[in-house]
Design a protein around this ligand. Structure first.
Ligand code: THU
Length: 150
């Protein structure tokens, strides 16, 4: 599956980076930004939102999916960009040597909206050395999703 031409890789990563500046991460000091790119050109971003009860932290990708679905999205997800790291002076994540890929829970959350629209989004994960590119199906093989419940 090819990435549709309307998804600008650099622009989606820039949107994720900007979102990371709005992370609420006073406990981990680790800022994450995610940007979802949809087939119609829509971009929806999220940042991680932590909680004084540490285990209740919401990841940037999950926040982005919740925002998109609360706005009515039920498919069309074609690309995801993720960036994470300690915040720089502007609050934006400064990526370290390892690319931040979506955590296991976020892979499942992303799979829900992807499977609803029968897409296999490309996932761009940023590190200090470049951008790791994978398909969601590579990150979450043999995924369980809404298609299993029919
Ligand atoms: N985090 C994300 O937002 N996305 C990921 O894919 C990995 C982890 C957040 C959760 C927590 O607020 C912080 O990064 C440190 O784990």
């Amino acid at each position: 599956m090819n990435t549709p031409p309307m998804i600008d890789k650099a622009a989606l990563i820039a949107a994720a980076c900007a979102a990371s500046s709005r992370a609420y991460a006073p406990y981990s000091q680790f800022h994450v930004g995610a940007a979802l790119g949809f087939a119609d050109g829509t971009v929806v971003t999220g940042a991680n939102v932590e909680n004084a009860s540490y285990g209740l932290a919401l990841c940037a990708e999950t926040v982005a999916v919740a925002r998109a679905m609360a706005d009515g999205a039920r498919g069309g997800l074609v690309a995801v960009a993720v960036i994470g790291g300690r915040p720089g002076g502007d609050g934006e994540a400064v990526p370290g040597p390892g690319a931040v890929t979506p955590c296991g829970r976020c892979r499942q959350v992303l799979n829900e909206i992807a499977q609803l629209g029968a897409t296999d989004p490309v996932v761009w994960s940023v590190s200090a050395h470049g951008v790791l590119e994978m398909r969601l199906s590579e990150l979450l093989p043999l995924a369980f999703g809404p298609a299993n419940l029919i």
